[in-house]
Write a protein that binds this ligand. Structure first.
Ligand SMILES: [Mg+2]
Length: 371
């Protein structure tokens, strides 16, 4: 079988969020994303999404938009099922723009699974399992604001919280203490510094938080400082998770060799998609490390693809797929949904592919380019 790419449509779209999120690296008051629609010569349509985050991935909606047009010309007319070859071409075109590489990857997997008449997780060799996401609390100005949002999250029934930290000196400690006091001992709590601490600040904070029963510390120090991560991991009594330090499988290999982290955060927008995400997870598994699956500011479409990957690989055991939880509008039809009874439970149907498509009325029609 050979299915050729007939046409690729590229759209920009923006979505506002009701609760802007502040992290150490900047503020987010919404998503500025790209939608990729791939149509094949036998009439299958696959969708992908990019959600660039310049502070971390170095790309933006504008760079994604330009790169997507070059990528579309590169793969048009070629066999969509040869994902290995298509991703080799896409990854050879640029080392950058990982978000838009992931959008093409997502659309190719969507089409391949649809051609096989399988939901994507099954196409990837997985079977159905429960996925439950945490919910993230950003950097707030006061402990009171943090406590108020924590209470809202608990009232919605979530069983896991990720708290953004990374303030100077020991300023984070009262925030983390207050959240643990509010949620009690049962609910899992992890912290994410987004590179905000240096090595001595990280040691001091993690030691000061010893009694708060934290799950792990995510990217406590600078992304490039693998030696510092290894030193920190050997020094403190808390698992360390790499996020900004790991884009693709090559980073994963280095971190594993250096025994620098305990866990790896896979984000499709960093890895350049599922193809490389699978390789990260394979390296992690071989090194005895668990993975988490994370996100930037994807809609339910990008999160659906990520959820299928997580469902297919139980070693991806920490789920952080909450980006669109506070979107003002929902541009997606089908796909993953947040359960309205059990907080954080992700419902994934057995629709073929990743199961999601964009409502084109929500996409910026003036930006539409057809290749
Ligand atoms: Mg992170």
């Amino acid at each position: 079988m050979n299915i050729k790419i007939l046409k690729i449509e590229i759209f920009k779209f923006n979505v506002e969020i009701t609760k802007p999120i502040k992290i150490l690296l900047g503020n987010s008051d919404g998503a500025e994303n790209l939608a990729i629609k791939v149509t094949t010569d036998n009439g299958i349509v696959g969708w992908g999404e990019s959600s660039p985050c310049a502070e971390i991935t170095g790309d933006s909606q504008d760079t994604n938009y330009a790169t997507a047009q070059t990528m579309a010309r590169l793969i048009k007319g070629k066999d969509v099922l040869a994902i290995e070859e298509r991703m080799k071409e896409i990854n050879s075109l640029t080392f950058g723009d990982p978000s838009v590489r992931s959008a093409f990857d997502m659309a190719l997997y969507d089409i391949a699974a649809k051609a096989a008449k399988m939901p994507l997780y099954q196409f990837l060799g997985g079977e159905r399992r429960e996925l439950r996401t945490d919910l993230t609390i950003g950097i707030k100005d006061t402990v009171e604001e943090t406590v108020a949002q924590t209470k809202d999250i608990i009232a919605s029934g979530f069983d896991a919280i990720k708290l953004k930290v990374g303030r100077p000196e020991l300023e984070d400690v009262p925030y983390v203490r207050a959240v643990r006091e509010v949620i009690g001992p049962e609910i899992s709590l992890k912290i994410d510094s987004n590179q905000g601490w240096d090595y001595p600040t990280a040691v001091a904070n993690i030691n000061a938080m010893q009694d708060f029963n934290l799950q792990y510390s995510e990217q406590p120090i600078a992304a490039w400082d693998y030696e510092g991560l290894a030193r920190l991991r050997a020094k403190v009594n808390l698992p360390i998770c790499g996020d900004e330090s790991v884009f693709d499988h090559k980073d994963a290999m280095k971190l594993a060799k250096m025994e620098a982290v305990d866990y790896l955060n896979i984000k499709l927008g960093k890895s350049g998609g599922i193809h490389s995400g699978l390789k990260i997870n394979a390296i992690a598994e071989a090194a005895g490390m668990k993975c988490m699956i994370g996100c930037f500011a994807e809609s339910r479409l990008g999160l659906s693809a990520a959820a299928h990957l997580a469902m297919a690989r139980p070693n991806i055991s920490f789920i952080d797929l909450d980006s669109c939880y506070n979107f003002k509008t929902d541009p997606v039809i089908g796909g993953m949904t947040f359960d309205d009874k059990i907080g954080g439970l992700l419902n994934l149907s057995d629709a073929i592919g990743h199961g999601a498509e964009f409502d084109e009325n929500h996409l910026n029609q003036e930006s539409k380019v057809t290749i």
